[in-house]
Structures are given as structure tokens and as C-alpha cells.
Design a protein around this ligand. Structure first.
Ligand code: G1P
Length: 302
């Protein structure tokens, strides 16, 4: 089976860091978000991976050359016309099944069970803010309707960003229908709307509750994911080239060429070349080559 991972977005909510690094390559618990995703899907036996690239796509290509466990293909999304349009770029007109994983979350679940579902299956989870998500309506274990970011959500069960599609061909036809009839939501061709087209034509979708969704899309969630994963690893992740002197660090990701001196850091991600000297900081991302000055940066509430 093949997987498609769309990683084309600008990651505006993680600027300024994403102005120079593609969002999916930001480090969390010592390695890029994309590497965490790839580790999970290759462990489940998927080695053919298509990445839909866009903003800073060349960085994604370069990262993949050093990832040994998968065969990659890259497709560039030249126009930003929505998630449905992005996925369409990577589909084949064959009836084979497909896994789609969005590139800004790390999902914890039994992948083997998810991938052996008899029907197309959408990963779902209850969310506190359903207007920000695609939402499903269930009739027993079947999905009867889906909506993309509805104003009046009929449930709080969200499409969380992982999808098993039993036939690429049917998904391809669903998205083609949107494009042909110019059906857009929020001005974009939505994957969620393509699922509704498929449901209306009789395609069966089941829902699969995801154990844990470790979001990496905004500073607060990138940091809470860093903390969750490092707590499980019982430690910090410190690059060999980083120098730490006279400092205490807890649940920190310290990248290459960083300097930490006379400081106390808790749940901090220090990006390449960052320096923290004479500081006590918590729940913070220190940017590339940034010389951290507490007066300029707010601590985040997690
Ligand atoms: C996308 C999908 C949405 C889904 C969400 C999960 O939205 O369009 O249906 O619920 O991912 O994160 P985005 O977050 O890209 O706006």
C-alpha cells in the first residue's frame, strides 16, 4: 500500500521559524515531525510514500534522501487550491487502497488494525473546537455525512487527519467531481467534500477513533507534543554538536550548533544555532540563530 503525505503548506502559524524551514521539518523530541510520521507508517509496512510538496519543497526532498526506510516520490502542488486538490495531484487511477496522513500531526494508533479495515475508514477524535475541523455525522458505525469546518457543527467528532481509502480511483473521481463542478468550501477544493460526494454515490466510510493525536501545527501544540514524547523517552534530545554548560534542562530538544550556558530550560525547543545564556525559560521555541532574550519573547501557556 502507498501513503500520501501532503506537506505543501506555508505554516503561517509557526512563523517566523517556517519562513526558512518547512513546517514538517521542525524538530520535536529530537527529530523532524515528518520523521516521526514516517517511522510510524514504515513500521506498519508502508514503504512507498508520496509527498505533496510546495513551500520549501526542496528541503523535504533533501530530508528524504537521508531517510533509508521508504521509497519516495514527490509531486509539487503548484497552486494552493486546497487539501482535496493537493491529494489529487498524488492519486493514481487504480483501485488500490491508500493511506493519507496529514503532515502536521503525529498519530498514535494501531496502524496495522487501521490499515486492515474492510472499508474506507476515517480517523476521528472528539475535539473541543469543532468549527476548526472537518466533522462527521455517524449512523451506527457508518459515516453518513461530513462537513468541512461547519458554522453549526452537528457533532464534535472531527476528521483528525488520517484516512484509509479503499479505492484511490473512487477518491480520484470524487475530487474530479468537485473540480469539474467547481464545488469549493472556503474557496478551496476540500478532501472532506470529496468524501461526501463518495458517500452520496454509495461508498462506505467507517470511523476509527484515534488514541492520540499529537498536533504540531502551532507553537503551543508543537511544545506540548515535544513534552509528551520526551517524557515518554524520559529525557532530553541534545544534538552532538550542541554545547551545554552549567545549565539544567528538562524535556528539551536542543538542535545542532546550539549553546546553552548558565540557564534553566524546561520544555524548550532550541532550533539550529540558537543560544540561551543566563536565562530561566519554559515552554518556548528559540528560533534559528536566535540569541535568546527573555524580554523579547513571551512564555506560552500550555
Ligand atoms: C484539514 C482538513 C480538516 C481536518 C483537519 C485536521 O484542515 O481540511 O477536514 O479536520 O485538517 O487537522 P486544516 O487544519 O488544514 O485547515
Amino acid at each position: 500500500m502507498r501513503a500520501i503525505i501532503p506537506v505543501a503548506g506555508h505554516g503561517t502559524r509557526l512563523e517566523p521559524h517556517t519562513l526558512t524551514l518547512q513546517k514538517c521539518l521542525l524538530p520535536v523530541a529530537g527529530k523532524p515531525v515528518l520523521e516521526h510520521i514516517l517511522d510510524r507508517i514504515t513500521n506498519a509496512g508502508i514503504t512507498d510514500v508520496t509527498l505533496i510538496t510546495g513551500h520549501l519543497g526542496e528541503q523535504v526532498v533533501e530530508f528524504c534522501t537521508s531517510y533509508p526506510d521508504a521509497n519516495f516520490t514527490f509531486v509539487e502542488q503548484k497552486e494552493r487550491l486546497g487539501l482535496g486538490h493537493a491529494i489529487y495531484q498524488g492519486l493514481d487511477s487504480v483501485k488500490d487502497p491508500l493511506l493519507i496522513v496529514l503532515g502536521d500531526s503525529i498519530f498514535e494508533l494501531d496502524y496495522n488494525r487501521f490499515l486492515s479495515c474492510p472499508n474506507s475508514t476515517i480517523g476521528v477524535a472528539p475535539v473541543p473546537d469543532p468549527k476548526r475541523f472537518g466533522i462527521v455525522e455517524l449512523t451506527e458505525d457508518r459515516i453518513s455525512n461530513v462537513w468541512e469546518k461547519p458554522d453549526n457543527p452537528p457533532s464534535n467528532l472531527a476528521l483528525i487527519g488520517i484516512y484509509y481509502i479503499s479505492s484511490q480511483l473512487e477518491l480520484s473521481m470524487g475530487i474530479e467531481h468537485l473540480i469539474k463542478h467547481d464545488i469549493r468550501t472556503k474557496n478551496e477544493y476540500q478532501l472532506t467534500d470529496a468524501f461526501q460526494v463518495m458517500i452520496d454515490k454509495g461508498h462506505i466510510f467507517n470511523a476509527f477513533e484515534i488514541d492520540e493525536c499529537l498536533d504540531c501545527g502551532i507553537p503551543e501544540t508543537l511544545l506540548s507534543t515535544n513534552k509528551t514524547l520526551l517524557t515518554r523517552m524520559e529525557g532530553n534530545s541534545v544534538h552532538d554538536s550542541a554545547v551545554i554548560t552549567n545549565s539544567q534542562i528538562k524535556n528539551c530538544t536542543i538542535s545542532e550548533n546550539c549553546l546553552i550556558k548558565n540557564s534553566q530550560l524546561e520544555n524548550v525547543i532550541v532550533l539550529r544555532g540558537g543560544e540561551v545564556i543566563n536565562q530561566k525559560i519554559k515552554n518556548t521555541i528559540v528560533g534559528f540563530d536566535e540569541i535568546f532574550n527573555l524580554a523579547q519573547t513571551e512564555e506560552l501557556e500550555l
